[in-house]
Design a protein around this ligand. Structure first.
Ligand code: NAP
Length: 493
């Protein structure tokens, strides 16, 4: 297998700034602290980046606050042009950015390239939205006054992103924030700070003024971000990550009543009815399960397959899953990279062991091969009982657990039997059943006969404990805008 040249790897890592981006300047952390970024395919350090202190976080927020009025006052067209400039730079540098992402996060190069394109698309999408922020003019019911309705940027924002989509989860927030006229401080996950640091250079080059976007990297996420949330200087928090951390942040936001958007965990049901096209359902299951090695909030976490087709579906899925090539994401042809870290790997191992103990059968995978890196093989389990731990938790790995069902009402009840409500996938050729099930499933998104729902132009988000608010689509910018109404007395002439 061919592999990316080691010197090319070293070059992209060396090219990234490893410091904090505050007020348009690259600065060391106060006290000079750093932490290591690790390549999950080897377990070895790639480099070290600045470890921000609470004072550094405060300096970043102060810079965002100072830049807010100026950025809010820019012409929407100017903000759109800056976003389009960043869109183009992301595409121009896709090779280096994809390699950097693969090195810090592990996903295969082809997926990393796909993520850069997806990430860039948020800038193009919100460039178009920036010049379409609407308002209104209305006659009061009594006829003697008018309502002028206008929309203004929320103000300085705190943006916190996870490691699984190191670039796209950032641009999904920065795109609408910039388009709306908001400044921000962004904090990427400690496992994958390099992609976001590389984006800071691109944004500066595209013409984002000093202080409008600031980036802090830190090991002590809570220690740095909590004082900012409680400071009263930020007006909004937009968080993507686990439900556990999202709940902590929601409580912190209550103190100063911050506007809050939360994109949290998922536990997606993937339902295959007896009339489904099985070829399409198997391919859809692979897309929904294996994107990002299963480390996605949208990953199919519970596959409910009608009892009359579960045998055939399981065999076909296992055969395709076992044919996937596992390895370091920089190698040509690799389709499945390593998991993010030791903790991620042991979680998957213990969830599989638990399911097997409770009676599940392994159709393929299930055994970790010896060697470096946090690799887990594509795995299919069948006969997974509903009380298995993986039925309640995000597996976040390449494991597809199959459970049989008999009736539509039974499977809808099982699908809804979770605290999460992000996305569901439904495979059937019966239109009426498709719509009935799509309407009764308690999720923010449904994939009907398709295994991927993410699209910049569609509203992404969940219900129940999967979150608050939507990103992307025409509503994504609303999360960064306040509506103001100005009442006008006409008087008499
Ligand atoms: P996580 O542990 O919740 O961390 C997410 C981010 O929050 C990281 O930047 C993390 O920083 C930071 N953080 C952790 N504790 C914090 C605290 N007390 N105060 C402030 N920030 C804090 O989640 P993850 O493991 O990175 O990501 C996986 C999770 O994200 C999964 O649950 C997945 O479903 C979810 N996710 C949801 C969506 C969606 O759109 N709904 C998309 C992608 C991922 P450090 O890492 O530096 O500690």
């Amino acid at each position: 297998m061919t592999e990316v040249d080691k010197s090319a790897e070293a070059k992209v890592v060396a090219a990234v700034q490893k410091r904090l981006f505050v007020g348009g300047q690259w600065v060391e952390a106060t006290g000079g602290g750093t932490f290591e970024v690790v390549d999950p395919s080897t377990g070895e350090a790639l480099c070290s980046v600045a470890d921000a202190t609470p004072a550094d976080g405060r300096a970043a927020l102060d810079a965002a606050v100072s830049a807010q009025a100026g950025w809010a006052a820019t012409a929407p067209r100017q903000r759109a042009d800056v976003l389009m400039g960043a869109f183009e730079l992301l595409h121009e540098r896709v090779d280096d950015l994809a390699l950097l992402m693969t090195l810090e996060m592990g996903k295969p190069l082809a997926e990393a390239r796909g993520e850069i394109a997806y990430a860039a698309e948020f800038f193009r999408h919100f460039a178009a939205e920036a010049v379409r922020i609407d308002g209104g003019y209305q006659t009061a019911p009594a006829g003697n006054a008018r309502f002028l309705i206008t929309r203004q940027p929320v103000g300085p924002c705190l943006l916190i992103t996870p490691w699984n989509f190191p670039m796209a989860m950032g641009t999904r927030k920065l795109g609408p924030a910039l388009a709306a006229g908001c400044t921000s401080v962004i904090k990427p996950a400690h496992q994958t700070p390099l992609s976001m640091l590389a984006l800071m250079e691109i944004l500066a080059e595209a013409g984002v003024p000093d202080g409008v976007v600031n980036c802090v990297t830190a090991m002590d996420a809570g220690g740095v971000m909590e004082p900012l949330i409680r400071s009263g200087l930020a007006r909004k928090l937009s968080f993507t990550g686990s439900t556990r951390v999202g709940k902590v942040l929601l409580e912190q936001c209550a103190e100063k009543v911050l506007r809050t958007s939360l994109e949290l965990g998922g536990n997606a049901p993937f339902i295959v009815f007896e009339d489904a096209n099985l070829d399409e359902a198997v391919d859809g299951a692979i897309a929904a399960k294996m994107r990002n090695m299963g480390e996605a909030c949208t990953a199919a976490n519970r596959l409910f397959v009608h009892e009359s087709v579960i045998g055939e579906f399981g065999d076909r899925l296992a055969s395709k899953m076992s044919a996937l090539t596992v390895g370091r994401g920089t190698r040509a042809g690799v389709q499945v990279g390593p998991l993010i870290d030791e903790a991620g790997l042991s979680k998957v191992q213990s969830l599989v062991a638990d399911a097997v103990t409770r009676g599940a059968t392994v159709l393929t995978g299930g055994e970790v091969a010896a060697g470096n890196g946090y690799f887990y093989p594509p795995t299919v389990l069948t006969g997974v009982p509903r009380d298995a731990k993986m039925a309640d938790q995000e597996i976040f790995g390449p494991v597809a657990p199959l459970t049989p069902f008999r009736t539509e009402s039974e499977v809808v009840a099982a699908a809804n039997d979770t605290e999460y409500g992000l996305v569901a996938y439904v495979y059937t050729n019966d239109l009426r059943r498709a719509l009935r099930v799509a309407e009764s499933i308690e999720t923010g998104m449904v994939g009907l006969n398709q295994g991927i729902v993410s699209n910049t132009a569609a509203p992404f988000g969940g219900v129940k404990q999967s979150g608050l608010g939507r990103e992307g689509g025409t509503v994504g910018i609303d999360e960064f805008l306040e509506t103001k109404y100005i009442g006008i007395a006409l008087g008499s002439n």
